[in-house]
Design a protein around this ligand. Structure first.
Ligand code: AHM
Ligand code: MG
Length: 336
């Protein structure tokens, strides 16, 4: 028997260009941004892979705007993205979890129509213990007049995103993104140094097996949130128990649930009334990916993507994943 060896190898560059050709009027600018992100991701993957060797582990003895201690790799990842993206003439501004203000494009470079919002290294408290971390990104189009972007350009609801995705630095490095035409995943071939299409048109199962939530906050949850988590765990006898899996790296937890089905929850609690996770560069991009894969994402009441942001670093509670499982959260949290 002759084995079929005709499966074509598709690099992310080729995939992006082919997707663009399907959309009349596309200028190539969006493709350029995505290619630059893929390059930055490869550079960060290299740093993450050699973290223990390159003496870049541990705290940089600085605090970011959230008052959290920055890890050296957070700063390295942030700078890598800024340097990979600032000179291409495609962006008018950037915003990062690690930088308090909007990041301007230096005067010496041309600007373009897009604002890039990103978390350079999500889950970075896990670096020292070799647990997967990730980069999350979101792209919106400038709405203000003038060449340089303003904060108002970044403060757009998630429905305005033109592209979003994440990179997971796990047992392999994967880049998953959407431009509103499905969700596609690429795995980095470390020998070729190329992201190759490995997961075309990802769809999240309608119901899921996995529940990802940090139950150590239970004492600070509202009674509604407590009932919801009990429902997910099958403790009220009304549904089969889900399997609890919590890495503590949102990208890793989300990625597993995207492929296997389930829900990731970071509820508000008495200590953090807005939850922990940031709307613009953590929740919005993953919500866009999740909806494009057939899933859902809410803040407990409404759609994450419809929240009107008021601040760059604002936080929101989130319930994200398989549509039927998120629907249970909507019912229990809105009706009690
Ligand atoms: P970070 O962006 O500072 O790394 O924080 C976000 C991370 C998420 O990856 C993860 O889901 C969450 O924080 C874990 O928080 P907790 O330890 O409170 O459960
Ligand atoms: Mg982070």
């Amino acid at each position: 028997m002759v084995r079929n060896t005709s499966t074509s190898v598709v690099t992310i560059e080729r995939f992006i260009i082919e997707q663009e050709r399907r959309h009349a009027g596309a200028s190539g600018t969006l493709s350029g941004v995505l290619s630059d992100i893929a390059l930055a991701a490869k550079m960060i993957a290299n740093k993450v892979r050699s973290a223990g060797l390159a003496d870049v582990l541990g705290s940089a003895d600085q605090e970011n705007v959230q008052g959290e201690t920055q890890q050296k790799l957070d700063i390295i990842a942030n700078d890598t993205i800024v340097k990979a993206m600032d000179h291409g003439g495609r962006l008018c501004a950037m915003a990062s979890e690690e930088v308090e203000e909007l990041i301007p494009i230096p005067d010496k470079f041309r600007t373009g129509p897009y604002v890039l919002l990103f978390d350079p290294l999500d889950g970075s408290s896990n670096i020292d213990v070799n647990v997967p971390v990730g980069t999350i990104f979101s792209l919106v189009t400038k709405t203000s007049a003038g060449q340089r972007g303003q904060v108002s350009d970044a403060l757009q609801p998630g429905t305005a995103q033109v592209a979003a995705g994440y990179v997971i630095y796990g047992s392999s490095t994967m880049l998953v993104y959407t431009t509103g035409h499905g969700v596609h995943g690429f795995t980095l071939d470390p020998l070729l140094g190329e992201f190759l299409l490995s997961h075309p048109d990802i769809k999240i199962p309608e119901h899921g097996r996995y529940l990802s939530v940090n139950e150590s906050y239970e004492q600070h949850w509202t009674p509604q949130v407590r009932s919801l988590i009990q429902r997910y765990r099958g403790l009220d006898g009304k549904r089969a128990a889900m399997n609890v899996r919590y890495v503590g790296s949102m990208v890793a937890d989300f990625h597993r649930n995207l492929l296997g089905g389930g829900v990731f929850a970071y509820p508000a609690n008495a200590k953090s009334p807005q939850g922990k996770l940031r709307l613009l560069y953590e929740c919005n991009p993953l919500a866009f990916v999740c909806e494009q894969a057939g899933g859902a994402a809410i803040d407990g009441r409404g759609r994450i993507l419809e929240i009107q942001p008021t601040a760059l670093h604002q936080r929101t509670p989130i319930y994200i994943g398989s549509r039927a499982d998120v629907e249970i959260a909507r019912e229990l949290l809105t009706n009690g």
